[in-house]
Design a protein around this ligand. Structure first.
Ligand SMILES: C[S@@+](CC[C@H](N)C(=O)[O-])C[C@H]1O[C@@H](n2cnc3c(N)ncnc32)[C@H](O)[C@@H]1O
Length: 306
């Protein structure tokens, strides 16, 4: 069990249910084959010079299809109807907004992010091919604290983005804002990374077919839980893209989040815990639980009901 938990800790911050390449299956090239490949000019899909950081991020971190399935399942079970409106806070490229509206013609989405270039990248990649932004998707270049319309069924803050709020009052204000954007029966969903390993200073590699995703956890201030986190990418040609994304965060604990959500006025809070596969890796399947073991590293969804 301990070994399984140890393994489960690996690649927790890479995307939920994503399929990294198993490191054990990779062979070291022999000297002869290295020589041969030096003669041939290798074509790499990605190098640090040619790769696009948003494309790599979406490939390694996000899994909007499974997010849409999860949100639909949980909302439908509670309300007996399909959720139609989504608010994606800290939306970045709006990948989830795009998947949401593609999944049903009646659905609409609003994405909110402060970073104009990231939103523009998402508009070109995800929105324009489906004739949006328009009637069904709106991407707002705003602070999440300043938006509470349109009213939606699901408001989400994924990939721990709310950790940008380091002061209790700010996080509470944010939760109240998200709550005020919900329609009757609405839910606000956050994800959280916890367990002893989430507080350690570590660098963790996860291999994908054409690049390696590196999650970098800086030291944590024991008095404030303040920390720096970063994502780097490295490539088969030996090049590296350091600090493709950098975060200045406070690590919030599960009890703190639940206390704040109650204080913000949410009626009930459900916790969905990620299961793991036969190799001890997170399997992207989340089940509602009442108690949980504090594994080395775990991921959960916190679902707060209006
Ligand atoms: C970790 S990324 C999240 C991307 C995506 N939502 C995901 O699930 O992977 C964090 C994003 O939050 C944005 N951001 C940070 N503070 C914000 C704020 N107060 N209001 C709106 N966006 C903010 C940043 O510009 C960045 O694009």
């Amino acid at each position: 069990m301990a070994a399984a938990r140890q393994q489960k800790a690996k690649s927790k911050t890479a995307g939920r249910g994503k399929k990294p390449v198993a490191k054990a299956g990779r062979k070291k090239a022999s000297k002869a084959s290295k020589k041969r490949s030096a003669k041939r000019k290798k074509i790499y899909k990605y190098t640090a010079r040619t790769a696009d950081k948003h494309e790599l991020y979406e490939e390694s971190v996000q899994n909007p299809e499974s997010d849409v399935k999860f949100l639909t399942r949980v909302f439908k079970k509670e309300n007996g109807r399909l959720p139609l409106g989504l608010r994606e806070d800290f939306c970045g490229t709006g990948f989830l907004c795009a998947e949401w509206v593609k999944s049903n013609p009646e659905r609409f989405a609003v994405g909110i992010d402060l970073d104009r270039p990231t939103l523009d990248w998402g508009i070109d990649r995800h929105m324009k091919p489906m004739g949006e932004p328009g009637d069904r998707v709106d991407l707002l270049c705003k602070n999440v604290l300043d938006v509470n319309r349109p009213k939606v069924d699901c408001a989400v803050a994924f990939n721990f983005s709310y950790c940008t709020f380091q002061d209790r009052q700010d996080l509470l204000r944010y939760m109240k804002t998200a709550r005020s954007s919900l329609r009757k029966g609405g839910m606000f969903v956050l994800d959280i990374h916890g367990g002893p390993e989430s507080l350690e200073e570590i660098e963790e590699d996860t291999d994908y077919d054409d690049f390696t995703y590196v999650w970098d956890q800086g030291p944590i201030d024991a008095l404030t839980n303040h920390t720096h986190r970063a994502i780097h990418f490295s490539f088969p040609d030996g090049s590296r893209m350091r600090n493709a994304f950098r975060y200045d965060w406070r690590v919030w604990t599960m009890p703190e989040l639940q206390d704040l959500l109650r204080e913000a006025g949410f009626r009930r809070i459900d916790i969905y815990w990620e299961g793991f596969d036969e190799d001890g890796e997170g399997n992207g399947i989340f089940r509602k639980i009442k108690r949980a073991e504090n594994d080395d590293s775990w991921i959960a969804y916190v679902v707060a009901w209006l």
